[in-house]
Design a protein around this ligand. Structure first.
Ligand code: ADP
Length: 435
């Protein structure tokens, strides 16, 4: 939901660009089936809560990998389907996806030219409908129809955005409605077929990453983030994978740690107190530039940003950031960007299944994943005894309190134990802490 909300905000901000004639279409290759599956899963709950049937009828010939602006297509579909659910009290909401032939009629057969196609989407509901006099202005910004139906929230911007986005994607949109019977919104867009789903392969979307392969020297990461929760989130992802992680809470600390520790990569939040990420990046990159021999490694800086504007991203790259990741980020995007910049390799779940992994890789993985009673020996005996006692009585608060005493430099140990405590695996903790 957070991801969707952020995309929505970004796209609403983009409408001002459309108005200014500076709109951009960000064409990417993506999996159309998974986009539609995701939307269906997301809206299923809303429809079920109103006891509406939500049905997706997809032409079986639909290509799986396509090229168009994925975010805009997602937003248009969600907007139309959400409207349909919102303004329907009983019955059904259907999405049909098929092809539009050149003579502009719906067709079940894909056209003969395979490289680019016109896809037709149709959202049909059995809801309130819209009065004919209101229909002609329905795509104007801030228009909402008959106020008696306005039982739900809304801005009256949705359809205006949809229309502009559809036009940007090379198509047009049309609405037919009858009061008391229902509404049908149809739109078509031009798409290209994606032979090689480059971004999908790159993100290794379906393969779960389990950890770093052994003997990867470039695994030293500095996390710079003022927000404690955000910092913990990054640590919880990176440490168990086998990265060596150090932390800074503002740009000034980041510059000092960069100088003393020479990390291979910095994950840099941009908005921070004292010295912000922009300034810190500029200073670090300037130092590398002025004295390349002293800085053994040309530290990669990845900006972490919640910013919505493409201009800001351009600015960040100009400052010297090598890349950026939008917050809230997805774990696989983070890990794949790190791999791309550092040249590190991961162990994937399928490799374990295939038995194709070497035993040293296996043991490296186990090291970063398996806790042993020896690992707890770094803590005082009395602490281990208390942990054993509290976990035996399943006292989660006390266990977590004890775990909070594990020093910073044993983050890996701390996180794995916290993980057990969060999942109520107190018998495991009791076994580990038995002296
Ligand atoms: P919002 O839903 O945020 O108010 P939209 O631009 O998406 O804004 O919709 C504008 C208006 O069009 C809605 O307020 C509603 O009155 C009407 N409308 C849109 N879709 C439907 C639908 N499927 N059935 C009935 N009315 C609709």
């Amino acid at each position: 939901s957070g991801k969707h909300l952020l995309e929505l905000i970004n796209d609403i901000l983009d409408i001002s660009k459309i108005e200014a004639g500076m709109a951009e279409v960000n064409v990417t290759s993506f999996d159309l089936y998974s986009l539609l599956d995701g939307i269906e899963a997301m809206l299923h709950v809303k429809a079920r809560a109103k006891q509406l049937e939500l049905k997706f009828e997809l032409n079986p010939e639909l290509p799986q990998y396509v090229q168009t602006d994925e975010n805009k297509l997602r937003q248009v579909l969600i907007n139309l389907l959400e409207n349909a659910i919102k303004f329907t009290k009983s019955g059904s909401v259907k999405l049909r996806v098929g092809f539009l032939s050149e003579n502009s009629s719906s067709s079940s057969i894909p056209p003969s030219s395979p490289s680019s196609l016109r896809l037709q989407f149709e959202v049909e509901d059995t809801g309130n409908g819209i009065a004919s006099e209101e229909l002609e202005h329905i795509f104007d910004a801030f228009v909402q129809s008959n106020p008696t139906y306005q039982t739900e929230d809304g801005t009256g911007l949705g359809l205006a955005i949809c229309k502009r986005f559809v036009q940007l994607m090379g198509g047009n949109i049309d609405i037919k409605s009858e009061l008391g019977k229902g509404t049908v919104v149809q739109f078509n867009i031009l798409i290209s077929l994606a032979e090689q789903p480059a971004e999908l392969t790159e993100s290794l979307a379906k393969r779960r990453i389990l950890g770093l392969k052994p003997n990867q020297p470039n695994n030293h990461i500095l996390v710079v983030e003022d927000n404690w929760e955000n910092r913990q989130l990054l640590l919880q992802i990176l440490v168990p994978f086998g990265f060596e992680v150090i932390e800074a809470t503002n740009g000034r600390e980041a510059i000092e740690l960069w100088e003393s520790e020479q990390p291979n990569l910095i994950l840099m939040d941009m908005r921070m107190p004292i010295v912000d990420g922009y300034e810190a990046t500029k200073i670090i990159k300037q130092k590398i530039y002025e004295n390349p021999t002293k800085c053994q490694n040309n530290t990669v800086i990845i900006a972490l940003t919640a910013t919505a504007f493409n201009e800001d991203r351009k600015f960040m790259l100009e400052l010297g950031c090598n890349d950026f990741i939008r917050k809230p980020f997805q774990e696989d995007i983070l890990l794949n960007k790190i791999a791309r910049h550092l040249g590190v390799e991961y162990i994937y779940e399928s490799e374990i299944d295939d038995n194709s992994i070497s035993s040293s890789a296996q043991s490296n993985l186990e090291k970063s994943y398996k806790l042993t009673p020896e690992a707890l020996k770094v803590m005082p005996k009395s602490w281990c005894e208390s942990l054993h006692e509290q976990s035996n009585s399943c006292n989660q608060d006390s266990v977590l309190q004890l775990l909070s005493q594990i020093p910073q430099h044993y983050q890996n140990l701390k996180m794995q134990l916290e993980d057990l405590a969060d999942n109520y695996q107190f018998d495991e903790i009791a076994k580990l802490s038995e002296q």
